[in-house]
Design a protein around this ligand. Sequence first.
Ligand code: DX5
Length: 215
Amino acid sequence: MKVEIVPSILSADVGRLAEQVKEAEAAGADRIQVDVMDGHFVPNLTFGPQVVEAVRRATKLPIEAHLMVERPEMFLEAFAKAGATLIEVQVEATSSLYRTVQTIKELGAKAGVAINPATPVEDLRDILPYIDLVNVMTVEPGFGGQKFIPHSPEKIRRLRGLSSKIEIEVDGGIDAHSAPLVVAAGATVLVAGNSVYGFKGGVAAGIKAIRKALD
Ligand code: DX5
């Protein structure tokens, strides 16, 4: 299965967002992720639907809206209308995950579920048949540039054991060092913020470094 690289705009220069998104697309990024944070579910505040609209205008790539927010069901329609191709919610942030996933799909987007480092993958067993992607958070969400949590590959292996088909995404501290570890464990979609937008050689070099590490 092809490994996809998904730059997240959290570490991008938002004053040049369209340009930074185009740079990533030109450098071979497969998708773009918008990290949505509400200051409640995570101790940080970032982007709303209008930023997804701006990214939509800047690229033809699929856009993932990662909702690190309480009660994500309140925002599904706004992000779908803004142009998100896939909407992912945190399993810890909603008491009605089945209905939330159904609503995302009724809105015409793909459905993803993200799980924090302390949440067992086995908690997803009964929602797996209904979703397109699981995002295994490899940091505690809230900020870019954090350190990859070492137990993550073991957790990815357990998830791959529950489903051979599901897209397994990883998010947080993914770079040329951690990328081979998570792919060997079964991950197929790599979210990369700081290792792309914070890479000293620039965006294209950052994406290239991750791809090279996977060769
Ligand atoms: C949660 C955010 C970050 C971001 C990637 O904190 O969702 O994981 O996408 O951050 P990096 O790649 O900079 O660790």
